[in-house]
Every structure is written in structure tokens, then in C-alpha cells.
Ligand binder design. Structure first.
Ligand code: ATP
Length: 315
């Protein structure tokens, strides 16, 4: 029986994504890995933890989780930066009521530095906008993703935490930002397509990029027992077919206050800190503190802040 059929049978999932690439895509990916090995490393004290928020399927709440996780950590006193890596259709700035005049496209064209792109949001959160409605950004090539990742080495003051809001899908560009991070958070909701897409993304990150550890967030669930069931379903399939470790990071309930917050263009953790959703996000932020030190970035792989040499202090 094929792997896809076995996965279907094991978890009641459907439609496993194919991970086949065209020759051009494979060439670009090889160039990306080669660029990583050519990168001169200039060590300095490593202070930043990088957390990618991904999920595969669109609409599962990646941006919502990234924004509120970042804001919750900023409210707890961390120096936090949020990169909107959903290039071309970015909407972190919309969710936070920001009005950026420049975006990643300007960085790639050499018209500004990464430092120039930083926009201050509430509680000292710093946002790097990804640019919206810009076709060229949605079609960035792999070398450009590597250039964005490397630009973080030149920040004057690296933050304590960088949260990366990933695009939907399982394309190499999504995987590259996740693979360049210390930790990968996978957001799932109670839909079969969400689980199959999460599995496909985890598989690509494990096989092609060597990522082994994933933190799972169940979003838009009714109660903790539903969240745990969702996690166990994904963990069972991954445990059977992939050499990866999953841990349960926490859950965010379905909460109308979240939609209200988006209408008000703010983060629910800031606007309604005692709502059920806000409590969930604060628990997610607390979970990060239990993760221990990030591993040293593998020198053969492009990583955010790879110019920093020692693991972050205080984690
Ligand atoms: N816990 C929740 N309760 C209620 N609504 C939610 C919750 N989480 C997310 N939503 C809503 O679901 C919608 C999709 O969320 P979001 O934009 O964060 O998803 P996404 O995965 O980033 O989507 P895309 O991949 O299209 O960028 C938004 O309208 C958001 O307000």
C-alpha cells in the first residue's frame, strides 16, 4: 500500500500533497543550500530566538497566532520582532492597524535596509511588513528568500525573539523561512485538510531541510480535550511515517472576541486580555519559556541570525 493510502487509513486523512518538484525548482533549492554553505559566518553573541508559525493550509489562523503570540511575549517584557513572511499577500499590518510605506520589496531592490522597514506597534512590538498586493513579492525566487534571511544579521539591535508569520502552502519558500528558524510552530484546526496539509509540510521540512522538532497549536477548537485529540491524531501519523518529534504547545478556542479585535485592528491579547482566546495565547507564550535553549544553527543551513554564535541567554 502506498504511503498516502496508509496515512489515509491511519488517521482518516485524505488527499496527501505530492512533494514532487520541477527541475527548475530543484535547481533553485540546490542553489539555496549551496549559498548556505558558502556563507561566511562572523560570530557574535547569539541573543535571538526565532520562531516560525506555519501550518500548510490557508485560514487555519497562522497570522492570528503569530500576531498574538508575538504581542503576548512583548507584553511580558520581551523585545519581540514580527516578520510578515506571507510576502505579496501580507496582512500582519492590517491586523495591527499599521500603515507601512515600505516593505520587503524595497529591501530586495536595495532601496532601504531591514532596519528602515521596522514599524513600531503596541507594547514595543516591532513589525517588518511583507507587502500586500505586490505580484513580484509573491513570486520571489529562492536567492531572494536567502537575502531576506541574511539581512537580519545586520540589524543594529537584534531582538530577544523573532516571530515569523509564514505563508500558506508547502512550497519551498514557506519551508525555507521555517527551516531558517530555531523553532517551528504548526497551527492546525479541526478540518481534515488542515491535518493533511500540516503533515505534508512537516514531511517536507523533515526530509528536505532536516527539521526534526515541531510544536503543535490547535486553533479554533471548542475545548482542551478536542485540541488534544487533534494533536494526537497528527502525532500518531507523523510518529508512524516520519522521524520527527512533535509536542503539544497549547490551544486557542474559537472566540468571537478575535474577530472583534481584527475589526478594531488590534491584537486580542492587548484589547481583551481576559478573553478565552487571549488566555490561550498567553499560555502559548508561557510554553515558549519552557522550551530550553535553541540548538546551535547548523552551519550548513541558512538560518536567521546565524552570524550570532552562542545560544540565547535567558532561555
Ligand atoms: N481562535 C479563533 N477564533 C475565531 N476566529 C479565528 C480564530 N483564529 C483565527 N480566526 C479567524 O480566522 C480567519 C483566518 O485567520 P488567519 O488570517 O489568522 O489565518 P491564516 O492561516 O493566516 O490565513 P492565510 O493562510 O490565508 O494567511 C480570520 O478571520 C481570523 O479572525
Amino acid at each position: 500500500m502506498s504511503e498516502a493510502m496508509q496515512v489515509n487509513q491511519a488517521a482518516g486523512l485524505h488527499n496527501l500533497f505530492s512533494t514532487a518538484r520541477t527541475q527548475t525548482q530543484q535547481d533553485e533549492l540546490d542553489a539555496f543550500h549551496q549559498a548556505a554553505s558558502l556563507r561566511p559566518v562572523v560570530p557574535r553573541a547569539r541573543t535571538t530566538r526565532t520562531i516560525a508559525v506555519a501550518g500548510g493550509k490557508g485560514g487555519v489562523g497562522k497570522t492570528t497566532v503569530a500576531v498574538n503570540l508575538a504581542m503576548a511575549m512583548a507584553m511580558a517584557g520581551r523585545d519581540v520582532m514580527l516578520l510578515d513572511a506571507d510576502m505579496g499577500v501580507a496582512n500582519v499590518d492590517v491586523q495591527l492597524g499599521l500603515n507601512p510605506s515600505r516593505h520587503i520589496g524595497h529591501l530586495l531592490e536595495g532601496k532601504c535596509t531591514l532596519q528602515d522597514l521596522i514599524i513600531p506597534a503596541q507594547h514595543g512590538l516591532k513589525v517588518i511588513p511583507g507587502g500586500s498586493g505586490i505580484r513580484r513579492l509573491a513570486k520571489m525566487v529562492n536567492g531572494e528568500h536567502a537575502a531576506v534571511i541574511r539581512a537580519f544579521d545586520d540589524l543594529i539591535q537584534p531582538p530577544d525573539v523573532l516571530v515569523v508569520d509564514s505563508a500558506a502552502g508547502v512550497a519551498d519558500n514557506v519551508a525555507m523561512f521555517a527551516a531558517a528558524s530555531d523553532d517551528v510552530v504548526i497551527v492546525v484546526c479541526d478540518e481534515l485538510a488542515s491535518l493533511t496539509d500540516a503533515y505534508a509540510l512537516i514531511k517536507i521540512l523533515a526530509h528536505d531541510f532536516g527539521v526534526r522538532r515541531f510544536h503543535i497549536v490547535a486553533n479554533m477548537v471548542r475545548q482542551a480535550s478536542d485540541a488534544k485529540k487533534l494533536y494526537e491524531k497528527l502525532a500518531r501519523v507523523c510518529g508512524r511515517f516520519l522521524d520527527v518529534a512533535l509536542d503539544y504547545m497549547g490551544m486557542v478556542p474559537h472566540d468571537e472576541w478575535l474577530r472583534q479585535a481584527i475589526r478594531r485592528q488590534g491584537a486580542v491579547v492587548d484589547l481583551w486580555p481576559s478573553s478565552r482566546a487571549a488566555m490561550g495565547f498567553k499560555q502559548l507564550a508561557g510554553a515558549v519559556d519552557t522550551w530550553g535553549k535553541p540548538a546551535y544553527p547548523d552551519l550548513g543551513r541558512i538560518a536567521f541570525f546565524s552570524g550570532q554564535s552562542a545560544p540565547a541567554a535567558g532561555w
